[in-house]
Each structure stands twice: as structure tokens, then as C-alpha cells.
Design a protein around this ligand. Sequence first.
Ligand code: NAD
Ligand code: UFG
Length: 342
Amino acid sequence: MKILLTGGAGFIGSHTCVELCQAGHEAVIVDNYVNSSPEAVRRVEKIVRHPVVCYEADVRDAAAMNRIFDEHSFDAVIHFAGLKAVGESVAQPLRYYRNNLDSTLTLMEVMQAHGVKRIVFSSSATVYGNQPVVPYREDMPSLGCTNPYGWTKFMIEKILEGQAAADPEWSVVLLRYFNPIGAHASGLIGEDPSGIPNNLMPYIAKVAVGELDHLNVFGNDYPTKDGTGVRDYIHVVDLARGHVLACGYAAEHTGSEIINLGTGVGYSVLDLVHTFDRVNNVHIPYVIAPRRAGDIAENYADPSKALALLGWKAEKNLEDMCRDTYHFQTLNPKGYHGSAGV
Ligand code: NAD
Ligand code: UFG
């Protein structure tokens, strides 16, 4: 299949591009690099050993998107493009709604106009809200979101489901990711956040290479096994494989499906820290800090629907996630910029 990846230069998009190419598909990227670098695409080309067509454009730019769709005959689109920082979305709600919603509406209109009616979308476990029970199942009604970023995911799910309901030729797969971490085993591509990371694993990785002094553990008084927050961390390469299978599913079905991509196992903040220390033979200093506003105690996925519909399940464990993250970080201590390249 020939597949367009919006936001394909980003963390999850770049790994998915590799998995698609290695599964024999043709991937084309469109990205405006608002949170990524063309260097990521060069690294992808190095891994897959062939060029990857990549357009620098904003998905909200209908003229640019129409030109891309005129030049290629796509079988499906994977829509990664979006702004994703929760805290930033609280500070800049209009920017988040404008970017994430406009890009989706423009993309859907251009797809419709070109008769491309298969889309796989990057949704998030954040859409569930704070459920009283774990694991999270796709048939649980959303309890609402706690920030504008989450609401954009919620609204985009509704937009895509609405289109699938209106036109029976559409196929929509809404992938609800849990907590993607890790990096490609080559160490060539990985997560490269700008500034001080908000998320746990990128923060730990920067402490590990001495760029940050210590980790703040946000609360140790949650009702969890060690008092720290529990999440379902999923290796980005497993997540990327899920997208390849989701494209195959979309090619054979119409309608819309919500599918969790998680391991089904919850690990605490301290589980992550201790596993990172052990597998990488390093020491991550940490202090217990107050709870972070908006955090929940525990979430993890019920991943059985992904197995039933896609034949997907996570294969990599927490040790792989910690090892591969550290490998990327040590080879690229300053991310894609300023690294010697590998
Ligand atoms: P990322 O920021 O690395 O990738 C997103 C890419 O989209 C970036 O390359 C960015 O430059 C691009 N982009 C943003 N707006 C654009 C626009 N208007 N036009 C063109 N390109 C644009 O993030 P990621 O971690 O790879 O996440 C990919 C998707 O998955 C996002 O939609 C994100 O919200 C979603 N998601 C991520 C996580 C996570 O923890 N990483 C969890 C759940 C869902
Ligand atoms: N944490 C720390 N210290 C840090 C960063 C995080 O202790 O410096 C803790 C958090 O309190 C939480 C856990 O580590 O218990 C994971 O936090 P992350 O920020 O890595 O991830 P979240 O689960 O808060 O958020 C992620 C994605 C969001 C998405 C959300 C819900 O980053 O985009 O999952 O699916 F909305």
C-alpha cells in the first residue's frame, strides 16, 4: 500500500515509517517540523536504505495538501500531525484547537475530494478521562478530558466517526495510545523533545546523560503498589507495528473502530527508575515532589481488542524500553541537532 503519514517526521511517525517500509509498503511524509526535524527523515532513510518522499508543509494548508494528493495515489493516511503537550495546551488552548482540529478537517476534506477514504488516527488514552476501574476498555464511555489537548483528541474522534457514519465507504481506525516510550534498536531515531521534557521517560533519559540533575517523582501517596503513579508504557516500535496492522485492517473493513494500543501491564514511576538503573548500569537520582495537577493514580489498557481485530500484541518489555531509550540518548545526547550522527 502507499500510505501518507502526516506528522511522519515525529517520534511515533518516524518509527512507523520504518515499520511500514520494512513491511513492503511505500510511505510518504508530510510535516511542517513544528516539533521535529528533517534529520529524523534522513535517519529513517538510513535504516530502510532507500529514500523516503517527504513534503515540508502544514496539513492545514489545503492547497499544499491537494498538490500532494494530486501527485500520489494513496491507499490510506495515518494522521499523526498534531500538537501534543498537555501543559502547553492549557496555556495556549486556541493554538491547540486551531492546529489539531483544522489540520484534521482539511485533511479529511482533501481525502474525500480525492476518494481516499481510509484513515488511522493517533488518539490517546487521555480520552477515557479518569475511570474508576482499570484496565481501560474501548467500550467504556469517556468521562471527559482534563485539558484542551485531550479535548482535541476527543473531538477528532467524533469528527472521524461522524464521517464514517455519513459515508459507508470510509474506514476509520482510532488508535488510543497509552504511554509510548523507547526508541529504534539502531539508536538512529528516538524521542527528541525540545526544552525540558514533561514526560517521565524523556526526563529520565536527560538525567541519565547529566543534562538534568535529578528526577522529581510527582507524588508517592497514590493508592498504588509503591504510592507512585502507574501507567501502561508501550515500546514505540510495538506501537509502530500496530499502525502497519491497522492499515491492513482499514483496507479490509469499513466503518469505525476504537482500538487501544497498550501492553495491558501497569508500571509505577519507581519501577521505571529502578529498571532504567539496572539495565543501563546507571543511577538516576530522584526526589519525591508534590503531585502534579491533573495526574491520575493509575491507568493501563485492556489490549484484547487489538489482538482480536489486528492480531497485535506488544512484544517488547520494560527492559527493552529502558535500554533502547538510553541507547538513543547516549548516541544523540543533544537529540537530532548537534549530535555527531551515527
Ligand atoms: P511528535 O510531536 O513527535 O509528532 C507530531 C508531528 O506532527 C511532528 O513532527 C510535528 O512537527 C507535526 N505537526 C504538528 N502539527 C502539524 C501541522 N499542522 N502540519 C504538519 N505537521 C504537523 O509527537 P508524537 O509523540 O510522535 O505523537 C504523534 C501523534 O500521536 C500526535 O497526534 C500525538 O498527539 C499522538 N499521541 C502521542 C502520545 C505520546 O505520548 N507521544 C500519546 C498519545 C497520542
Ligand atoms: N512523572 C514524574 N516525574 C516527571 C514526569 C512524570 O513523576 O518528571 C510521573 C507522572 O506523575 C505520571 C507518570 O510519571 O505518574 C507518567 O507521566 P507522563 O507525563 O510521562 O505521562 P502521562 O501519563 O501523564 O501522559 C501521557 C501522555 C499524554 C496523554 C496521557 C494520557 O504524555 O499525552 O498520557 O494518555 F494525554
